[in-house]
Design a protein around this ligand. Structure first.
Ligand code: G6P
Ligand code: ZN
Length: 545
């Protein structure tokens, strides 16, 4: 019999999972039994995993290696039959989702803090995913949180650390541990979805691409898929070796942290196509030569062109986007007669729609796009779908984007973030604005902006009937313009106020305005309505994307 020990512990009161699992600074996780308590509390909130398989993998950030050994031994102590773990403890978030689904595992632990910086003073995180491959629903995370507050012991097998460097099978107590190639199954899935022959021909014709893995998890995936399988020249993938602190950088693929890539694509002799992904591989950034594609436009363009890829050749069932994401995708759904859903921010809200077959493609303004192939957003998937479309249409990114606007119109879009605002100030700002909403409808501002609706977004899940309220303030205008105010659910210091601005120009309208100029009147109005500058003392946003 295995050497299972029941070890006494004392609870922590702060282990509340957020939008994407439990996310804290590394020193918090390094406290005695912090990881043990949380993992045991998750298992205590689940039923029926005896003898079943658990998938474990992470993005390789600092503390991944330590936490993974603890998780394996606790899984063994709790009676899992098998743990599948990526070599060196690595699995991108979408790959983990695929492995869970592919091997019909009971669930999985994803160790990551996504796009947050890593290292001894950086962030770490643990998230539980269920058997469909997606993040656990609140029912489970709430139960786990309740358990963390009272937990007094955990079970673990006392055993030496598992050797994670080599593919193969070992034992921890009675439990089998299988170390797998983190890339192979995921790459095989991508090959079933996309026309690899056409993409290979594209690269062979001299098409040049730069993929910035930002020293994070997609490095090994991108080297294998883009350079080895698709024949992109060596050097296509940069910063492709995962490092514990992401090379000291901030692995968030946006115009601030991937500025070098942006500058390269805007330079006269830059490549044809640029892309990047985040710490755990679920976000994406798409930039064509002289053309940045906003995540909202990217969602719409991918949905409109998905049928060019073999995996979606029979068409898509529908599209879903998070509420603050622009309505560009709605225009595609409208014209094509597809089902369209607007959900709260957070990938988990797409799970039910995907499981029910109501939608095929989903996306968020926060650089997440994905489909029903897994239950997480998927950075490399978006890049490969773009490559497939480029190969099939034989046009540049810029031509495809312009053509899209000429067909569906253009949704000018930007997001202004006010980071590390005093939480009380931010909450009062939102409360005061909420109180004003009923009086706004029908009012006109600046001559031509008439409020069509003003509310705090409530989502009614059409699949399970649940309701999520207070998901962000929307002020919509009769011309299709929109202002959204929301407090971030992922920030770690103070509050982050996000202001999302959108203006619609019809298919025959003006598509060449500068985005910030096009949205200036809305920015001014947002400030007048909410008093952002006056209340926060900030003259301008900290980040504009
Ligand atoms: C994470 C989630 C996304 C979400 C994003 C932004 O990446 O997985 O689904 O859109 O955070 O969240 P925030 O609350 O910071 O705007
Ligand atoms: Zn991520």
């Amino acid at each position: 019999m295995a050497n299972i020990k029941s070890i006494k512990t004392t609870p922590y009161q702060d282990q509340k999972p957020g939008t994407s699992g439990l996310r804290k600074r590394v020193p918090v996780f390094q406290q005695p039994n912090y990881v043990e308590n949380f993992v045991q509390s998750i298992f205590d909130s689940l039923e029926g995993f005896e003898g079943q398989t658990l998938v474990i993998g992470g993005d390789g950030r600092y503390y991944n290696d330590v936490a993974i050994q603890k998780a394996i031994k606790i899984a063994a102590g709790n009676g899992f039959g098998k743990v599948m773990v990526g070599r060196d403890g690595l699995l991108s978030t979408p790959a983990a989702s695929h492995i869970i689904r592919h091997y019909k595992a009971f669930g999985g632990l994803v160790l990551s803090a996504s796009h947050n910086p890593g290292g001894p003073d950086g962030d770490f995180g643990i998230k539980y995913n269920i058997g469909n491959g997606g993040p656990a629903p609140e029912k489970i995370t709430d139960a786990a949180f309740a358990r963390t507050k009272v937990i007094d012991s955990y079970k673990m097998v006392e055993a030496p650390d598992v050797a994670l460097g080599h593919i193969g099978t070992q034992r921890v107590g009675d439990m089998v541990v299988e170390v797998i190639d983190p890339v192979a199954d995921y790459a095989a899935l991508m090959e079933t979805l996309f026309d690899f022959t056409a993409i290979r021909a594209l690269f062979a014709s001299g098409f040049r691409m730069r993929f910035d893995a930002m020293h994070a998890i997609t490095g090994p995936y991108a080297h294998r898929i883009l350079e080895e399988m698709l024949g992109a020249p060596e050097g296509t993938v940069i910063n492709g070796t995962p490092s514990q602190d992401f090379g000291g950088g901030h692995p968030d693929p946006n115009l601030v942290y991937a500025k070098d890539l942006y500058d390269l694509l805007m330079s006269p002799d830059g490549p044809d196509f640029g892309a990047a992904s985040d710490g755990d591989g679920d976000r994406n950034l798409i930039i064509g030569k002289n053309r940045f594609v906003t995540p909202s436009d990217s969602l719409a363009i991918l949905a409109a062109n998905a049928a060019l890829a073999p995996g979606y050749a029979t068409g898509i069932a529908g599209i879903a986007r998070s509420m603050p994401t622009s309505a560009a995708a709605d225009k595609v759904a409208e014209k094509r007669g597809l089902e369209m859903h607007e959900t709260p921010t957070g990938w988990k809200f797409f799970g039910n729609l995907l499981d029910a077959g109501r939608v095929t493609i989903c996306g968020e303004e926060s650089a997440g796009t994905g489909s029903n192939h897994v239950r997480e957003k998927d950075g490399l998937w978006a890049v490969l779908l773009w490559l497939n479309i480029l190969a099939a249409r034989k046009q540049s990114v810029d031509e495809i984007v312009r053509d899209h606007w000429q067909t569906y119109g253009r949704n000018y879009y930007t997001r202004h973030d006010y980071e590390e605002v005093d939480a009380a100030v931010a909450n009062t700002l939102m409360d005061d604005l909420r109180a004003k909403l009923p009086g706004l409808v029908g009012q006109s501002f600046d001559d031509d902006l008439t409020v069509a609706y003003a509310d705090d977004f409530t989502y009614h899940d059409p699949v399970d009937g649940s309701t999520s309220s207070k998901q962000g303030i929307r002020i919509g205008f009769t011309d299709g313009s929109r202002i959204v105010f929301r407090l971030s659910g992922t920030g770690t210091v103070g509050a982050t106020l996000r202001l999302y601005l959108e203006r619609y120009e019809a298919a025959d309208g003006r598509h060449d305005l500068d985005t910030q100029t096009a949205l200036e009147p809305l920015v001014g109005l947002a400030d007048r309505l909410a008093g952002i500058r006056e209340r926060t003392g900030r003259q301008s946003p900290s980040v504009i994307t």
